[in-house]
Write a protein that binds this ligand. Structure first.
Ligand SMILES: [Zn+2]
Length: 79
C-alpha cells in the first residue's frame, strides 16, 4: 500500500532511481523518487515524509551514506 509509487520508468530497484532528500529541520536523509525530485516541490520521500531539500543520490553520501538515513526509506529503497 505504498502511495506515490507511480514510477513509469523502471522500478527494478536500481541504485540511481532515487534522490536523497532531507527534512527542513532535521539531519535525517530520505529517499525521494527520481521523477518527483526532478519536478517542483513539495517533494515527498518514499516513506511519506515531506522533504525540503533534495541533494545528490540516495545511494550516495547524502543518502544511505549519510550519518542518519531514514530507517523506513532504507527499508523501502535498499539502494
Ligand atoms: Zn524516509
Amino acid at each position: 500500500m505504498t502511495s506515490g509509487d507511480h514510477g513509469t520508468s523502471g522500478d527494478h530497484g536500481t541504485g540511481g532511481s532515487h534522490a536523497a532528500g532531507r527534512e527542513q529541520d532535521g539531519e535525517r536523509a530520505h529517499a525521494v523518487p527520481r521523477d518527483a525530485a526532478d519536478g517542483p516541490p513539495p517533494w515527498v520521500a518514499a516513506c511519506g515524509t515531506p522533504v525540503a531539500v533534495v541533494q545528490g543520490s540516495w545511494s550516495g553520501r547524502r543518502g544511505l551514506g549519510s550519518s542518519s538515513p531514514c530507517a523506513e526509506c532504507r527499508r523501502l529503497v535498499p539502494g
